[in-house]
Structures are given as structure tokens and as C-alpha cells.
Design a protein around this ligand. Sequence first.
Ligand code: SOE
Length: 395
Amino acid sequence: MSSPDGSVLGIGMIGYAFMGAAHSHAWRNAARVFDLPLDVRMAVLCGRNREAAAAAAAQLGWESVETDWKAVVERDDVHLVDICTPGSSHGEIATAALTAGKHVLCEKPLANTVAEARSMAEVARAARASGVRSMVGFNYRRVPAVTFARQLVADGRVGEIRHVRAQYLQDWIVDPEFPLVWRLKADEAGSGALGDIGAHIVDLTQYVTGQRITGVNAVLETFVRERPLPGASAGLSASGGSGEKGEVTVDDAALFLGRLDGGAVATYEATRFATGRKNSIRVEVNGSAGSIAFDLERLNELEFLDGTEDAATQGFRRILVTEPTHPYLAAWWPPGHTLGWAETFTHEVKDLVEAVGAGQDPAPSFEDGLQVQLVLDAVQRSAADRGCWTEVEAL
Ligand code: SOE
């Protein structure tokens, strides 16, 4: 809900590492760029270590600190809970928050298992009946060029979609001495590259094409099966601790073929072992009337080929997606003054606050998060079955 007079939306954020910092940037800036219907207050940041959480709150702009997430959910000045913790705690926190009547923004993937995601989607559905909103944080939908690509597809500019090609490539664990951080442990992260970054390209491609994956043939690989146990605080650029080793229980790379329900065929590659590729997302869609291609390293651009043009002069054109008529851009800078990665979260917050203010359901919903989880589950089942064709369970 919001404050008693309906004008203030108090935010409580649980977790404050990489994603927490990105979300904080968005909560700080969204109302300064966009004309939001509610007055966003960064009420409280929550972390288990009071001293570290207080330092983070001061740096990131939060008014107060809690060390127990249950206290955040109970606070009267918190109307929306933003979950930036490992996947293993998403279900418990989101369920408690929604049941207490707080709107929820939950980082992706929605959960670690289909069962958890299903239960979260059910709780969200029940909460929705009393005006309580929920959203999953698939931020790459909110790159203006990606949102624009969806519009082009919906307007029929690429025709009937034949091929979807998607890659999410990182390299932060190429070094076998990189420690066993939580993202490499199945009990905390659910899966590895598959859930962490594969989930993004599943959502992104389904969003752009408007089609859903119906089945997959998959391969998962874990190249480095043991890693040094980490020191006290370990993020994406962590170093090893005691010298002792532990088992890596997630995939390092996930590759799969898929069929989409509108007739397209697709290839997906998500890996943390693409040496030299830091955070590279590339998506291409080929249709009967044209093609589009997106590259996150050039996120202000969209490549578009109009196959209906004269063949002699036809070719991919590079559209600079900075015009006021492009998604989100009217509120930003004059044309040509480009945006960055962090703004995807600002757009996420803008869309969420607008939906809450309008009494509408934001997207992607927890059902959308569950549907992505069902795709991840089919990938895991296929890989465990030597890559056999595996249908995605229905919602
Ligand atoms: C780590 O791989 C990570 O922080 C992901 O968890 C994010 O979702 C992605 O956007 C950047 O990389």
C-alpha cells in the first residue's frame, strides 16, 4: 500500500551488495528523472551486520538500518519490500511481505525451485486481490533499445519470427582460484550461469518476441568442480580465504536449443567462462520481413534490417535509440546523449511505482517469474537426460 494519505511509498531493501547498490541508485534517481505518482522514501536498508549495513545505508542514501528482515516487513513506514538477497531467501521474505500487505520487488530468478516459485506466484495472486503488487527484477527488459525492439516486433516489422539467437557471456570465474562464493552453491543460488544470467535471456527473448519457450534440448557444464573457500566478504571480484577447498554445486555454462510457441526456433548460451566477455548480452531475431540485433555493450543502439526495402540498398541500419519518441527517453537528455546500464534499474523502479500509484499490476509478474523458472527446470531436466527433448511444464 502507501502512507495513510496515499502520497508516500516507503521502501525497505533487504540485501545491499551489487544488486542492492544498483537498486539504491534507481530508488535515489527515479523520481528525479520521471514524474512519479508517489513520493518515494528510502526508509530502511537491511543487512545482518549492523556496522556494515549502516555504512552501506549512509553511502547508498537509506534513512535507517535493520539487521532482521522480519523487522523491515513489520515497519509501518515500509510499503514496498525490495528483495536483493540470494535466491534461497526470496520465497520466505516475499511471502511474509505480501502477506503483511507490502508490495514486493524481487530480484531474479524469482526462486531456486519451481515449487518455491509456484508458491510465491500463488501468494502474489492472492495479495493482488487486495491491491498488493509484485514484480520480478528482469532489468534488461528496460533497456530502451530492448523495449523498442519489442515494439518493432509487435508492429510486425520483422514479420513472422523464424530464429532467435541469444547469448549472455561473462568471465568472472575463469580463474580456478576464484573462491566458492554463494553464487556457486546450489543451496543458495539454485543454479549457476543458468539461473543467474540464463534467466535474463529467457525473459528478454520471450519479452521481445511475445512468444514463450515450449521445450528444450540442453547441455550444462561445470568446468571447475572445486574452489577455495572464500574469505569473510566475497562478491564478484572476491579473493580466496583459508586455502581449504569446497565443491562447486552449480553449472558454469548452460547451452540449449528451444522452440517457441509462435513457431520460432532458438539458441541460448549462458556462461561465466567466456574469457574476455565481461557482461555481454547479444540477441538477434530473424523474421520473414526483417531482423533485429541488440548488443548490451552498445546499449543505446538497435540494429534493424527491413527486408521489405529494395534489395540494392537494403542492409542493417544502426538506430541510435535516444529520441524522445523512444521508450523512456522523453524524460532524459537531448537526442544523442546516451544512457548506461544502471538506468535499466531506474526504469524498473519508474514502471513499478507508476503501477502501484495507478493501482495496476506491474510486469513482469511473479507468474512470469514462475514461467521462466519452468524453462530453467526443463533445461536442467534435459541436461540430466543427455540433452533429450524436454517440454516446459505448463503454468
Ligand atoms: C552476476 O552474474 C550478475 O550480477 C547477475 O546476478 C545480474 O543479474 C547481472 O545483471 C549482472 O551479473
